[in-house]
Write a protein that binds this ligand. Sequence first.
Ligand SMILES: C[S@@+](CC[C@H](N)C(=O)[O-])C[C@H]1O[C@@H](n2cnc3c(N)ncnc32)[C@H](O)[C@@H]1O
Length: 403
Amino acid sequence: MSSISNPSELQVTGVAFFGRTFAEYSSFFDLAPAALVGRRMLDVAAGPSSFTAEARSLGIDAVAVDPLYGLSCEALAAYVQIDYARMIAEMRRKPELLRFRHYTSVDAAETDRRAAAARFLSDYPVGFAQSRYVAGALPQLPFADGAFDLVLCAHLLFLYARQFDFAQHVAACRELVRVSAGEVRIHPICGLGGKLYPELPRLLDELALIGIEGTVIETDYEFFAGTRATLVLKAAMTRNAESIVIRREDPFGKTAADLIAEVVAFLAGRYPELADACAMSFHPDDVVVSRSGFFVAYLGGRPVGCGALRPLDDETVEIKRMYVAPAARRRGVGRELLAELERQAAGFGYGLIRLECGVRQPEAIALYESCGFSHIPPFGQYVGKPVSVCFEKATGRALQAPV
Ligand SMILES: C[S@@+](CC[C@H](N)C(=O)[O-])C[C@H]1O[C@@H](n2cnc3c(N)ncnc32)[C@H](O)[C@@H]1O
């Protein structure tokens, strides 16, 4: 790794093994910790940060990846000792590059970040054995497609811009999006001198060409000058020639709520005697747990359908609230939505998908049959329900969940 020497930048040789706390991550990534409980999170280039250790203790399903993981705890402690000394000395040498708002002094930052490293080092031996700390490096991460709900990458890509050229930035962003079923957040978007990554517009254009949407959010946090922005990436919606687009959505959001209400009204029309049971058989809480999700199908930009993946057990997921609005039927939306749900289920690491629909929905039954779902006896809550028709299908999962 090359040496960087520019008087208006922090002088750092190579990529430092330096880390931050959960609170700092929450600030610069603009995270609401309570909303992360039960979510699958990945911290890429995690270094000796305590994000994963602290997240786990809060009930957040976090995993960290870094090329140095796999070394012994003693070796990592030695990296911490050397890299902390040089990073902190550099901060003291260039106070003009720091903003003393969150931390009022370099001493305060040092105390916090040393606490982060100590917490990481105490969690590492057990965490590594439990695959909570995984050896790996961009641009090729050792995880399945869509294995995480939220993927974070702090203080690597743009900060050390001289060590990652434009093509490597594109490849890294693409890889981060590949392992995410939701969002990727990258922070900061500036180099060691605090200047915005000059290739950002070109990067966003290039990512758009490969189906990745990028937006910049401002955060109310700055210690290194110029670090008040975070890049958010999402897989652009899945598109086909008919401009059907399927996107993961917040099940508590308005779009989801409207569609869920439509489904309930539709089912109540077909099964008036079961209207209450139809309304009760799904709640958005069911799909904010780990390895779950709510997906919305758009046709010409309008939300016209939905489907949810609700875990039944480690191996099996259930499709719920599968629906296409009557006006959008016979356009391939249901088939596309089902295929996306199958892809997502496989990405989550499930081997089997189950679903239930009612005897008065011949169009849905025909769709499931033609998509390779097999009839099975009623399962779980549907046992003994004469209107229930149940199906299952193996996902053909090729990849395992995080290794
Ligand atoms: C400055 S630390 C950032 C740690 C943490 N994310 C934070 O914000 O405090 C950068 C980390 O990136 C890791 N790293 C270096 N090259 C990498 C690569 N190609 N892919 C992933 N991580 C890498 C280093 O080992 C180091 O731990």
